[in-house]
Design a protein. Sequence first.
Length: 724
Amino acid sequence: MLPVTKAVSVSKDPITLMSCALSMMLGRSPAEWVKKAEMLLRYDDIQAPIVTLFLDGLNERRKSDWTELLTRLQDEPYRQRVRVLATCRPYAFEHDFNEFVGLSQKPQVIRIGLFTDPELDRGLKNHKIRRSSLSDEMTELLRRPRLFDLALRYREELEKVGEFTPARLYWEDWKDRLARNRDILAEPDFKEALRQVAKAIDKASPNPSRIATADLHHAVRNANPFADNPERVLQTLTELVDGGLAERSGEDTRLTLSFAAFALGWDLWRRALELPADWTIGQIVSEVRSWIEPWGGASFDCEVLRVASWAAALADGRRAAQAAIFALWLDRPNLSDEHEDDMLAISRRINTALVDVAEYVWFAGDAEASERLAYIIRPLTGASELRVALIERARHWAGLVGLMEWPFLGQTDDRSALREKRLERLRKRLGNRLVLNEPFKEADETLTIADGEEPDGSHAFGYAVSVLAFHRRDDLMPLIRAWSIAGSVRYGDHDDKYIAALLRGAEPSEITLVDQALSQAQSFTLGNDILMAHAAGSLGRAIGTPQAMTVVAHAFDKSGLRDERQELIKTISVWERPATVEEAIQKVADETEKPHVRLSSARDWLLHPEMRLPERLVREATDFARNLEVTAIYQSRGHTSESLALEHWMPVLARAARDDRAAITRRLSGHVAAGQVSAETALFGIIMEMSVLDAADLVPLVSIPGDDTDGGRIFVGKGRRRAD
């Protein structure tokens, strides 16, 4: 068999072609092989060897070369002496080599299709790969023999960097075609062709997969009108059709959705780069969102943004555009596991640009996108460069205080009265140091109190703390300090739960962080500054130990904060424990000067194992639990009467009604799964009140989406330390 590959010059003369093939295979010049080739054809019929010419890739040469050669091979002395085995792309064979059927000896056509299940399993087994280890999308991709070969060649290299995904292989596929020296458009021309195809697809909306064949030819031809080889247009179209990316259908060509998304995604990235250089991520997101609206639905939009994100990650370009496209992709609903695999792979590439993505997504407030990003970014925050960048940005977020944007104000019409109430509170704490809408320094921390629509940084800060704590905590003291000071001016600090979980859930090996926090709280008390006293109060309550509470009490006493000092009764472990429930309630009432006190106000005492609970209280608590409708516990804003009642009875349920408490949790977890109650609400609104629940009881029932058991244990640490 003599292989005639791309490296062998095609000759219409069979002897010359055979000589060139022998030279390429065995060495020496073609001229030295001419006589030997002629001798092969001089044997009589009995002795004559059969020469098989293997013509690899008919579609990669001009058809006129092959037509004359094959015609001559049917005549003497080649007839019956030379056999031909050829490969050709189906599209090219059917549309451009149909005159072969006019040969006197009809060619036998063998079509090679997609791998069947047994063939695919056999191929994977030969390479020691289990099909179960591949996604459905990757499995379907590997059914194509060419892509099977490509995937195996690149698998080890791409797996090392976490990029063995179908979307990533699309790029490697075309690079590989170019590397094999095919007569297709060069890479810059191909990318321009993608943009031209994208325009044709956009024109075909709302059916982006079907475009006129003439438009497709026009798009490829116009990619480089000065190209010196018009055959490349045909070859490029052939690669698309026979590569399974498109199929002819009458006057139209139907593109696969994956290739349509591939073209649109590349074009989207290029268009994003052409937007004004001073545009913010939010402005770019708004513009790009308007581009993708006509394209036929969320699933297709996801595929386009997936490709655009890969294009951005594999190229050098504007960081804001890169972050905007990735953020918009995160915001798509119902993303598949394959998409999240690509997100993880791309995240490793864009690295510190993830901080910009986080700033946009976490400030935008979409829960699904925020949790998805937290899940994706969390494994990467152990890397020093990204970790340092996120800590620094989170410190900035801690100091962004929205005067009227946090906490939620509910359905109130009198915003002006609330604004004045909050301003008065700030004046008491800051005095003439109060500045609105401009950065200012307090104890070396930068604060900005926004009196307008600007969002508060609390939400983003909380997410940052949760992902950073996944790997380690020993370097998070700058965030704890920034939060303490910002919390002293923020009206109702939402992030106390994150910092409390961070400190109270610390492992014994991380106890130095708690010591540092206590030392910081003590340093806040050195002067008589009211703001620093409140900072000490925030930090001390987060630490939650009797020693910390003593520091807080000293700070409040020193600064004359009598009301704040009385509020410390909420953390009552610093006072002597009463003997009975009645005494505990009376002590709370005396300290707070309130006539009516809920049981939860004395929960630290009631949870103590030596505190005897009257049968009457246990009976009333269990009756309440068995009749509770859990969907009534929470609204989007504020408390309900049911939630207040549950808070009242929770210490008793935690101590004496484990079965009823567990039943509430199971019912609640069902509503979490149905999307009626957020998992975070479930954790912090109910489970934290149960306090003594072990993490093993909690995590299998309710978990934060995108979080795992270890994450659940961190949050439970707050409740457990309170009980301790």
